[in-house]
Write a protein that binds this ligand. Sequence first.
Ligand code: FPP
Ligand code: MG
Length: 293
Amino acid sequence: NCFSLISNDLEIIKDNILGIINKYQQEFINIKADKDEIDTKDFFINVLKHSLEGNGKMIRPTFILYINRMLMERGHKIEKKKILNFCVSVELTHLASLIHDDIIDEANIRRGKDSCNHKFGNKIAVLLGDYLITEGTKLLFEAGIENIVCDSISLTQRLIRGEVNEIKNCYKKIGFNTYLNYISDKTAYFVGWIFKMTGVLMNCDKEYLEVLDMLGHHIGLVFQITDDILDYQGLENLTGKPVLNDLIKGIVTAPYIFAMEENPDLSSYLLFLEKHSIKKEELRKKLDKYDFN
Ligand code: FPP
Ligand code: MG
């Protein structure tokens, strides 16, 4: 099991995230909830807990912890606490981006549970994402790794650019390069960034940082392409995410791009999808006529 070497550290990271929630519990006592009948005292905290308790893979902290181990074996040093705090900050940014992404995608499940927007409404979900992203940035200062704050802000802006480009290209007949551009921004850049920043925090030289960045970036691309294939082929109870949600929202990803190349009528179907709201079963029937494998 590839997690066994780092499972203790992952537990510490999870506890840290829950600790942040508890520490700030008091701050949200006066937050006015969307629905009057909800007890406002614990409302925001319950929202936070709900979003964190899903079955997150913690893949980003996993990468950081393994790169940290690898670099330590090569003689690089860093205080353990700094690496763990970096992991927490990265996971908070990732969570924030997923919470906002589910609002944009109008997704109703995440990590096998009701998505935050579905359970608590868009207003609360936006605020939770905002809270987590600011908390993640603040932690970099508290952990004494403020030298990467500016990079961290650029990272968030890159994620935003990826999402904006994805939205701009909705229902459009795009090619593989356009797709690669936006998945580079919204996913691959993040993975490359955490590989590289682990190296920055451990004082690696420039050439080594470039290699780490490139390696992470390519893993990120593979990760997103796989995620996009699962949107067509996956099962909700396996992925914990809605299936066929991309195409129904007009997001054109790798499987559809390749299918369009062989079946030109699929590009005009995008115009149809834009004008009509169709049910997933109907969409599945249409797609079953083509070979998506
Ligand atoms: C998931 O894509 C989404 C992302 C990888 C990036 C989301 C970024 C933002 C919403 C920009 C704002 C960022 C912050 C930090 C507040 P997907 O929909 O393909 O993946 P999914 O299948 O997991 O939903
Ligand atoms: Mg999504």
